[in-house]
Design a binder for this molecule. Structure first.
Ligand code: HEC
Ligand code: HEC
Length: 409
């Protein structure tokens, strides 16, 4: 009986809320728009799914070790570069540069890290399929950290032996220079590759296993980096509570109009959807090529690279079963739509991240929006965009809205 009264009470309160809400909202947001907004709201972010390819992904000790490795500049060829050189915590874990500067200069712009644990593909071209496999890329890139796995495992032995062993078990002894020369790695460098080829299979395997575990610890740390609540989220909360006057205290008229355009005429949510405002997929949006850089085919090459990657989900270094690797096994590997397709980035905190696009092609959000409005032909492949024909005033409103996606500090 008591339960019945309680349920009736809840029912009456809810229906009253819906009725009142509908009338207050009718002029502003349709039901479909409210549902779309709810799907973009940070409160819709599901719990972080496990990473079956990394059994240490949620281990607090791995998080602590990973955080140290992330900012340790000894893991580089010149003692000056760490992940944190380019992924700067106070700058939304990126660097604000057009092209990243490590030991050399990269061909692409640094990506932010918040929320990437939700992404099945890493890098602008998705050539890695886990955060731990991704971390092993820059460490051996000639223009980023510039070192080799043989150098790094010795540093682990010297500086992190206890922390490493508490997590991953006994560390092999890498001190014999004749068995473990530096540099050594299966990379595109004559000396490193020759040294690597000269090692026994078992010694190479011992080095690579420790290297992989470094990646798994770094990934555990990266899983803790998440975007925070923005003014947009507060606005959605007010709309969901049917409190339009509270909503209007949060957004200016321009921001509200910009949101409406973002959801409708500008159709940005075709690709920037879900609570991270990305579909985590690859699209050719006709972003211009940069004259001095080598040709970039984007996902067309990235798809082939992730299939061949020595550290992918199906590799022997992954802790996953083949059933866990559905993304990789059923990925789109070929097709014209992959040509110059790049990963749609999250738009959370985007206003703090100029310059924009995979090689920092646009200096300002004005340039980004004018690109979307004009939808130029792609330098290669076909752009998925359509001309928008929005006025400058409308573009300004979308821009005002994009600035509401900044995390409230
Ligand atoms: C020299 C600067 C530099 C250094 C050092 C560096 N990165 Fe990056 N990072 C980049 C660039 C540039 C990209 C995009 C590269 C690409 O797509 O080819 C990137 C991409 C990423 C991504 C992909 C994000 C996404 O949304 O797909 C992650 C994660 C990441 N880096 C983590 C790391 C970690 C971990 C380290 C250290 C082991 C590291 N980075 C070292 C510049 C750097
Ligand atoms: C067809 C899919 C698609 C649509 C539609 C789309 N985007 Fe994008 N967006 C992308 C992709 C892919 C990139 C990265 C492209 C690159 O770097 O070459 C991107 C990049 C961006 C960036 C730069 C982010 C950064 O960190 O560099 C902004 C800002 C942006 N989009 C906003 C918008 C807005 C606003 C709209 C609606 C007017 C929109 N997008 C519509 C796919 C799309």
């Amino acid at each position: 009986m008591k339960k019945y009264i309680l349920l009736t009470g809840i029912f009456l309160t809810l229906s009253a809320g819906i009725l009142l809400g509908c009338s207050a909202q009718a002029s502003l947001w349709s039901e479909a728009e409210v549902e779309l907004m709810r799907s973009l709201w940070i409160g819709s972010l599901p719990e972080l799914p496990p990473d079956p390819s990394n059994q240490f992904a949620d281990n607090p000790r791995a998080v602590a070790l990973g955080a140290k490795l992330f900012s340790d500049t000894r893991f580089s060829s010149n003692n000056e570069v760490s992940c944190a050189t380019c992924h700067i915590a106070s700058k939304d874990f990126q660097d604000g540069l057009q092209l990243a500067q490590g030991v050399g200069t990269t061909d692409r712009r640094t990506m932010p890290i918040a929320g990437t644990a939700y992404s099945p593909w890493l890098f602008w071209d998705g050539r890695k399929d886990s955060q731990w496999a991704q971390a092993l890329g820059p460490l051996e890139s000639a223009v980023e950290h510039g070192g080799t796995r043989a150098q790094y495992v010795k540093l682990i032995q010297e500086h992190y032996k206890d922390e490493y062993e508490a997590l991953f078990g006994a560390l092999p002894d890498f001190s014999d220079e004749s068995r473990f020369p530096v540099p050594a790695a299966p990379i595109d460098d004559d000396v490193a590759a020759a040294n690597w080829a000269g090692m026994t299979e078992a010694d190479r395997e011992a080095v690579t296993l420790v290297y992989v575990n470094m990646g798994k610890a770094i990934a555990a740390f990266e899983r803790t980096i998440m975007p925070g609540e923005s003014r947009f989220d507060l606005y959605v909360e007010a709309v969901l509570a049917n409190d339009i006057s509270a909503a209007r205290d949060i957004f200016t008229a321009d921001e509200e109009a910009g949101l409406k355009l973002f959801l409708n005429e500008a159709n940005c949510t075709r690709c920037h959807n879900g609570p991270l405002l990305t579909d985590n997929d690859f699209h050719n949006t006709g972003v211009p090529a940069v004259a001095d850089l080598p040709e970039d085919t984007g996902r067309a090459r990235g798809a082939q690279q992730v299939l061949a990657d020595e550290f992918n989900c199906l590799s022997k270094y992954s802790d996953a079963t083949p059933e866990d690797c559905k993304e990789l096994r059923f990925m789109l590997a070929e097709g014209e739509e992959l040509e110059r397709a790049f990963k749609a980035p999250s738009l959370r905190d985007v206003a703090n991240r100029a310059p924009f696009m995979h090689a920092g092609q646009f200096a300002t959000l004005e340039e980004v929006l004018s690109h979307y409005n004009n939808a130029p032909d792609a330098p290669n492949g076909h752009s998925e965009l359509e001309v928008l024909n929005l006025s400058d005033a409308q573009l300004q409103k979308i821009m005002a809205f994009l600035k509401t996606l900044t995390t409230i500090k």
